[in-house]
Ligand binder design. Structure first.
Ligand SMILES: [Zn+2]
Ligand SMILES: [Zn+2]
Length: 361
């Protein structure tokens, strides 16, 4: 079928709107007439690289109406209103465990068009054009999706704008509501008041956070954050250490800090604004410095630990009890030395001869 779609070409800044041919949906596919599609920063980054093949039709915050479904599709039917979201395989360990955002095949299904040639591919004349971006390529009048990334929604909702829920908004809101599970009365700092950060602000209101500090370099964004329920705003800049400002507002620091900027200096300030045992979350990776992509893409938790979190008055007696029951044989680590042989002990430990010297007097 003929569609009008925005094509991203290698080395070209601008997307070009062109009439293309979209393949027929297969038995497991859904043809969606796109009614609205958000623009996400990832579209911009994908245009510039990210290993995304070109030429390609980008777009991954599509919403629309089901036009046709393949014979094996039961989840939706023609006429249903749907929001398209990221794709996942449904079979890997992450998917089976209810964590499709960490699907092992995320890259293949959302970025690199490993499904090239399958339904959902575009064509210009005889030249194929990549599709399947986030399993949808919804910068197009029609898109082919599959049940796993097609979410039926109620018809009394404003369909044109619902697509943003499929990526940017769920990213920010989900960080607070799902990843942090922010508790009522807790405090949070949100770095970056773009679509993702502002969605996090709204979610923090829903969670009942008692203080919500928005941080951004733009006054206008901060004004919007306050409209949406941020209790405080910090205008970041070269002369402003956001962490210090936050600590003035909330002495002791915040319980949660969320970064949506992907900037290393922002990470630093976000971490510096936290209270002891606070939680830091991020959804974009700094281009330089520490490589945290595996942490983000794997949903890995990172937290600092000092002294094993122990409360010595209870923990030490507990370990002793365990030892006396034979369940904590720490004595096996120990080699005793007369105090006079301290240098020998140091040498033996350095060489690996002993694990834990203990000096006896
Ligand atoms: Zn996105
Ligand atoms: Zn999977």
């Amino acid at each position: 079928m003929k569609v009008k779609a925005a094509v991203a070409y290698e080395g070209r800044e601008l997307l070009s709107i062109e009439e293309l041919e979209l393949s027929e949906p297969g038995p497991d596919d859904i043809l969606v007439r796109i009614v609205g599609c958000g623009l996400c920063h990832t579209d911009v980054k994908a245009r510039e690289g990210m290993g995304v093949p070109k030429p390609i039709v980008l777009g991954h915050e599509g919403a629309g109406i089901v036009e046709r479904v393949g014979e094996r599709v039961t989840k939706v039917k023609p006429g249903d209103h749907v929001v398209l979201t990221y794709d996942s395989c449904g079979a890997c360990r992450a998917c089976a465990g209810g964590n499709p955002a960490y699907c092992e095949h995320t890259r293949a299904l959302n970025f690199t068009d490993d499904r090239f040639g399958e339904p959902g591919v575009f064509r210009k004349g005889s030249d194929p054009i990549h599709g399947h971006f986030f399993g949808q390529s919804s910068f197009s009048t029609y898109a082919v999706s599959r049940p796993r990334n097609t979410v039926p929604v109620r018809k009394d909702a404003p369909l044109e704008i619902l697509g943003v829920l499929g990526c940017g908004v769920q990213t920010g809101a989900g960080a607070v509501m799902n990843a942090f599970q922010a508790k009522p009365g807790s405090t949070i700092a949100i770095f970056g008041a773009g679509p993702v950060g502002l969605s996090a602000v709204m979610a923090a209101v829903v969670c009942g956070c008692s203080a919500i500090v928005a941080v951004d370099v733009l006054e206008s964004r901060l004004a919007m954050a306050k409209q949406l329920g941020a209790t405080h705003a910090v205008l970041a800049g070269p002369q402003v250490k956001a962490a210090e400002e936050i600590l003035k507002i909330i002495p002791g620091g915040v319980d949660y800090a969320f970064d949506s900027t992907g900037r290393a200096d922002s990470f630093q300030q976000a971490i510096g604004s936290l209270a002891a045992k606070g939680h830091f979350g991020f959804c974009a990776i700094p281009a330089e410095g520490l490589n945290l992509s595996a942490v983000m893409l794997g949903g890995i938790s990172v937290r600092g630990i000092v002294q094993g979190d122990s409360v010595p008055d209870t923990f030490i007696p507990h370990l002793i009890d365990l030892h006396l029951k034979g369940r904590f044989p720490f004595d096996k680590l120990v080699t005793k030395y007369p105090f006079e042989r301290i240098n020998q002990a140091v040498e033996d430990q350095a060489s690996g001869k002993v694990v834990k010297p203990v000096f006896t007097f």
